[in-house]
Design a protein around this ligand. Structure first.
Ligand code: HEC
Ligand code: HEC
Length: 278
């Protein structure tokens, strides 16, 4: 009888051991394998990124800080007071009808600051031509660079507010699924979807680029090929052009839907701050 008990204890012990290692193995599959595009920089571009004397993004950051002092402190105070919000765009507009990304918000606030206090805010629709150009203007990009620098290290946290109305919730879900559909839809003469490159061919060479997982952690980017700073909008349009598909206009709803999908997909990842790209 005594021997039987011993066997039982050994057996119990073994099963606990097995169960623990099984749980460990399951935990392993949950390790975060998401990486920023930063990991594919060449050693030369890494060095440029890390050298404050030579990093060209510094010019935009300085201009952005100056603009913040001149145009934004009256309502917002120090830039640090909004840095956490940088990681939470795009958001739904107050009327719940459109998505607003950080550059849209900057543009709205610039127009609000410029108008006399009595006039209601009439933000230029980003889908208009003037609105699209304004989104890539030097002042919007500079403020975006300065704000993203201030928000460096913050974790992306894009979610619907817990108190959202049923209408807002429905709109949010519609925008998110539209973004996911766009990410998965084949397009252009190359007949490829975003996912075919950014999920299926990560690490592969395409011309002189290494294909990344397309996490929007490093924007705005100074792209050598552009010789200037550009937004996530502009990068996405470059991907449409790369597969020879019709290019959505800057600030269009499709680009906002894609940004929402990409940000939700990157939730929890840390912002790198404005970054160099090839
Ligand atoms: C006249 C007051 C006013 C000025 C000036 C102003 N803002 Fe705003 N800002 C607001 C209000 C109000 C909100 C809340 C959201 C909304 O209504 O758009 C806001 C929201 C923001 C947010 C999101 C902050 C958060 O915590 O949710 C950012 C980022 C921002 N503004 C950037 C700027 C920048 C950059 C400038 C300077 C170009 C600026 N703002 C100038 C009034 C202003
Ligand atoms: C034919 C392959 C291909 C397709 C299809 C494609 N891209 Fe890209 N994309 C690239 C390459 C190459 C780069 C530059 C290297 C990199 O960062 O991946 C890039 C860069 C990016 C980046 C910038 C990443 C960074 O950290 O700088 C994002 C975001 C992105 N693509 C999103 C998309 C989205 C969204 C779509 C679909 C609308 C798409 N791409 C379609 C090849 C592709």
């Amino acid at each position: 009888m005594k021997v039987r008990w011993q066997i039982l204890w050994v057996w119990l012990g073994l099963s606990v051991l097995c169960a623990t290692s099984f749980a460990d193995a399951q935990a392993d599959t949950r390790i975060d394998t998401r990486t920023s595009g930063h990991v594919y920089l060449s050693p030369q571009l890494h060095a440029l990124q890390d050298d404050p004397q030579r990093n060209p993004v510094a010019l935009w950051q300085e201009r952005g800080q100056g603009l913040w002092q001149a145009q934004c402190t009256s309502c917002h105070g120090a830039m640090d007071s909004v840095k956490r919000s940088v990681a939470s765009f795009p958001r739904l507009s107050a009327d719940g009808k459109t998505l607003v990304n950080l550059e849209d918000q900057i543009l709205r606030c610039q127009q609000r600051g410029a108008a006399p206090a009595s006039t209601p805010v009439q933000a230029t629709a980003p889908s208009s031509t003037a609105g699209a150009a304004a989104l890539e203007s030097d002042s919007v990009l500079s403020l975006s660079a300065a704000l993203h620098q201030a928000a460096k290290g913050e974790r992306i946290q894009v979610a619907l507010s817990a108190t959202a109305s049923p209408e807002h919730t429905a709109q949010w879900q519609a925008r998110l699924s539209s973004g996911e559909r766009l990410y998965q839809a084949r397009m252009g003469r190359m007949n490829l979807a975003c996912m075919h490159c950014h999920d299926g061919k990560v690490g592969a060479q395409m011309r002189a680029d290494t294909i990344s997982q397309a996490h929007p952690t490093g924007f705005p980017i100074y792209r050598m090929a552009w010789q200037t700073l550009g937004s996530l909008d502009r990068r996405l349009r470059a991907c449409y052009s790369g597969v020879q598909a019709p290019i959505p206009s800057a600030g269009s709803a499709d680009l906002r839907d894609l940004e929402l999908f990409l940000k939700v997909r990157a939730n929890g990842m840390r912002l790198d701050g404005p970054s160099i790209r090839r």
